[in-house]
Design a protein around this ligand. Structure first.
Ligand SMILES: C[S@@+](CC[C@H](N)C(=O)[O-])C[C@H]1O[C@@H](n2cnc3c(N)ncnc32)[C@H](O)[C@@H]1O
Length: 236
């Protein structure tokens, strides 16, 4: 179902994530690597806009996501940013940007190498020469462990959430069948299952795809989150 009625719980599930700190790291990468002069920034797979909230004062920001429900939350969270529903695999905004971000493993949702190629070509097409893309990946196949239990909780006074899953791997795909139990004051307990499928992409193959799409690209081991690293590409 990919979020839908769970969209309103997204920010609670990820309450532990320090978007402000991550955004400062992103700003440093932009200052270090961007060669173009402009300040037009696009984030694809922007979710509820939590990075854009800290970027909008420094850049002219647009956020896109495939989920209308998630974008509705983003519009409430952040003012002064243009939000549009768009699938990154088929991105056609008829506009160029200086910075294109794809963070917190949103890229994994394209699932296949064919889609990854389309998406990275789209990113390249939407960047000006000297512009930068920063892509925070999902795990590579060698790093992802099948069969591992995962748990995230939110413990508010009137609302409590437990989200559990056991990871699976099928060929180059990781499957996270998230089971949610949600307890809210004066309501019946709700149960949802939300299946997430993310591609397990090799670092060397991803770098090759970026290079073929017109980027001078590198993978930095120390990214925003532990174990995920980050890709930086400069449009040549
Ligand atoms: C893990 S969330 C990350 C959201 C946000 N970047 C953050 O840091 O919180 C992944 C996001 O990717 C979006 N997404 C999945 N497939 C997509 C696609 N093909 N095009 C655009 N967005 C997509 C989902 O709707 C979701 O909002």
């Amino acid at each position: 179902m990919l979020y839908k009625e769970l969209a309103k719980y997204y920010d609670l599930i990820y309450h532990w994530k320090n978007y402000k700190k991550e955004t400062n790291q992103i700003k440093k990468l932009i200052s270090k690597y961007k060669k173009s002069d402009g300040k037009k920034l696009l984030e694809v797979g922007c979710g509820t806009g939590k990075h854009l909230k800290y970027l909008k004062d420094s850049f002219s920001c647009t956020g896109t996501d495939i989920s209308g429900d998630i974008l509705n939350i983003a519009k409430k969270n952040v003012e002064g940013v243009l939000f549009k529903k768009a699938d990154m695999k088929k991105l056609r905004l008829n506009k160029k940007f200086d910075i294109i971000l794809c963070l917190f493993s949103s890229i994994g949702y394209v699932k296949t190498y064919t889609n990854l190629k389309h998406t990275i070509k789209n990113v390249s097409r939407h960047l000006t020469k000297g512009g930068i893309t920063i892509i925070e990946p999902w795990f590579s196949k060698s790093k992802f462990k099948a069969g591992m239990p995962g748990m995230t909780t939110y413990d508010g006074k009137y609302l409590k959430i437990a989200r559990l899953n056991i990871s699976e791997v099928k060929n180059n795909l990781s499957i996270l069948n998230m089971h949610y139990l949600i307890a809210e004051k004066n309501k019946n307990i709700k149960f949802f299952a939300d299946r997430h499928e993310l591609g397990l992409f090799d670092t060397s193959k991803t770098l090759k795809i970026m290079k073929d799409a017109g980027f001078k690209a590198k993978f930095l081991k120390n990214g925003l989150m532990k174990d995920r690293g980050i890709y930086v590409g400069i449009k040549v």
